[in-house]
Design a protein around this ligand. Structure first.
Ligand code: LLP
Length: 425
C-alpha cells in the first residue's frame, strides 16, 4: 500500500520525491527509509485532535518503537512528550537535547542507577511500577532532597489485541499494580503520604498494542472511572493525570484496518469528558507515528525452487533487521520497488540470509518474476524493527535514511565490520 509521499514514477517507487534506485545506490542495502512528512503528519493529527476544553492533554511518543537523533529533534520541535523505558533511551534523549520536563520514565525494573540518573536529569514524570521501586524512589528523593513527580502504573485487568479485548479474571501481567489490589494500593499511598518530596500526580494504564477497536479504550476508561472514584473516596486523590498508554493499530497487510486517528482520539476525549474528573489526559503512541513512515529496501539475491516446490527469493538482510515475522509471526507486504507495475505472476517466500530456517520475512507473496539485483521493498517497517535489530550472525545493522522534499539525509550510518569488534577487550 502506498502511503504518505510514496509514488510510482517510471515503474519505480519514489519516496519523498526520490527514486529508491537512487537511495539504494547512494546508501546501499539493506536500508531503512523514513518518510519524514508522514511522521510529521501523524504527530500533527494526534496534536490537533487529542484536545479538550475540559482538561489538559499531551501526546507522548513511545521511544521503544524507534529512536534516533533526528527523530528526537523532530519530536522536541513539535512539543511532543517522550516515553522512555531504559537508562539508554533516557541517555539518548538527554544527549540530543530533548526537553527533560516532557519525559516520562517507564519500566518495571528500573535500577537505582537509572532512577538516580532520571532524578539528576529532572525528568518530568517517573511512572512507578511497583512497591519496591517506590521504596527506592522514596529513599533517593530524601537523600538527594529532590522533589519527584510520579504516575502510578496500574493494571486495569484488560488486555486488548487487534479486534478484541479480554477482561482477564487473573491479573498476572508483570506491569503495574492491580486496580483491585487494595492492600498494595494502601501501602503505596502510605509511602507517598509520609514524604512531601514524593508526589502522586496520577495514574497510567496501557492495554496493549496494534489495537483497532475503539471499544477497547472505552472499556478501559470505564474501568478506570471506577478505580479513580475509589482512589478519590478512599485516599482523597482528586483530579489526577490519567495516561491511557499507546497501542493504536496500523496497516501492515490487507488483514488490517486503518485506524482513523481523528475519529479514535475524539471518541476517547469525548468519553473521558463525559465520565472522568481529571486534570490531564495523556496518550503514548509509538507504532502509529513511525510504523507506516518506514520501509526497508533490500537487494534481491539468489532465487531457489526447492525439491518440495517452495520458491524462495533471498534478500541481503533478514531477521537481524526485522525480527517481527520470526518472533510474532508478523505479516508484511512488499513489492519489487523497481518494477511496481509488473504483473504479479509468481508466488515467492522472501527469506533472509541468516543461518536459520525461520528467517523468512514474508511467506507466499505474489510478485513479478524476480530478476538479478531487483530491489525489494518491505513496507511498514518503521516501528519495532531497527529498535529490535540485532547482530545475529554478526550481520551489520543497516543505515537509516530520512527522506523529505527530494532530500535524503543519512540519519544513522550502516555498521561496519570494525563496529563489530568495538566491545572486545
Ligand atoms: N506505552 C506503553 C507503556 C507501552 O508498553 C507501549 C508498547 C506503548 C506505549 C506504545 O505502544 P504502540 O503505540 O507502539 O503500540 N515489540 C512489539 C510491540 C511491543 C509494544 C510494547 N509496548 C511489536 O513489535 O509488535
Amino acid at each position: 500500500m502506498l502511503v504518505g509521499s510514496m509514488a510510482i514514477k517510471e515503474k519505480t517507487l519514489h519516496i519523498g520525491g526520490i527514486s529508491v534506485k537512487e537511495l539504494a545506490k547512494k546508501f546501499q542495502t539493506p536500508l531503512y527509509v523514513y518518510d519524514v512528512k508522514y511522521i510529521k503528519n501523524q504527530i500533527n493529527l494526534y496534536q490537533t485532535y487529542f484536545k479538550s476544553s475540559k482538561f489538559e492533554t499531551a501526546v507522548a511518543y513511545a521511544s521503544k518503537a524507534f529512536l534516533s537523533k533526528d527523530l528526537i529533534t523532530l519530536l522536541n520541535d513539535k512539543g511532543m512528550y517522550l516515553d522512555v523505558v531504559s537508562g539508554g533511551e533516557l541517555y539518548m534523549a538527554k544527549t540530543y537535547n530533548f526537553d527533560m520536563s516532557n519525559v516520562l520514565f517507564h519500566g518495571n525494573n528500573k535500577s537505582k542507577e537509572e532512577l538516580s540518573f532520571a532524578l539528576e536529569q529532572q525528568v518530568g514524570l517517573i511512572v512507578v511500577d511497583n512497591l519496591d521501586e517506590l521504596k527506592v524512589l522514596n529513599t533517593l528523593s530524601k537523600s538527594n532532597q529532590t522533589p519527584v513527580k510520579t504516575l502510578l502504573r496500574v493494571n486495569p485487568g484488560i488486555e486488548a489485541h487487534t479486534h478484541e479485548y479480554i477482561v482477564t479474571a487473573k491479573h498476572t501481567s508483570k506491569f503495574g499494580v492491580s486496580i483491585y489490589d487494595d492492600l498494595k494500593l494502601q501501602q503505596l499511598i502510605d509511602i507517598y503520604a509520609a514524604n512531601e518530596l514524593l508526589s502522586l500526580e496520577g495514574f497510567h494504564s496501557h492495554i496493549g498494542s496494534q489495537i483497532f477497536d475503539i471499544s477497547s479504550y472505552i472499556k478501559s476508561i470505564k474501568v478506570m472511572k471506577k478505580f479513580l472514584d475509589k482512589m478519590s473516596n478512599k485516599f482523597n486523590i482528586s483530579s489526577p493525570i490519567l495516561n491511557i498508554g499507546g497501542g493504536f493499530g496500523i496497516y501492515y497487510t490487507n488483514e488490517d484496518d486503518i485506524l482513523d486517528i481523528p475519529k479514535t482520539t475524539t471518541t476517547i476525549i469525548k468519553e473521558v469528558e463525559n465520565t472522568l474528573d481529571i486534570k490531564k489526559l495523556m496518550i503514548e503512541p509509538g507504532r502509529s507515528i513511525v510504523g507506516n513512515a518506514g520501509m526497508t529496501l533490500y537487494k534481491a539475491g539468489y532465487t531457489k525452487k526447492t525439491f518440495g516446490g517452495k520458491e524462495y527469493v533471498f534478500v541481503d538482510g533478514g531477521m537481524s533487521d526485522n525480527i517481527r515475522p520470526a518472533l510474532y509471526n508478523a505479516k508484511y507486504s512488499a513489492d519489487i520497488a523497481n518494477n511496481m507495475t509488473g504483473k504479479k505472476a509468481k508466488e515467492y517466500t522472501i527469506a533472509g540470509k541468516l543461518c536459520e530456517s525461520g528467517d523468512e520475512l514474508i511467506k507466499h507473496i505474489k510478485l513479478p518474476q524476480v530478476k538479478d539485483d531487483d530491489l525489494i521493498v518491505v513496507y511498514t517497517t518503521g516501528a519495532y524493527t531497527y529498535s529490535m535489530a540485532s547482530n545475529y550472525n554478526l550481520a551489520l545493522k543497516p543505515a537509516v535514511v530520512f527522506v523529505e522534499d527530494e532530500t535524503a539525509k543519512l540519519s544513522i550510518r550502516r555498521q561496519t565490520y570494525k563496529d563489530l569488534l568495538q566491545y572486545e577487550v
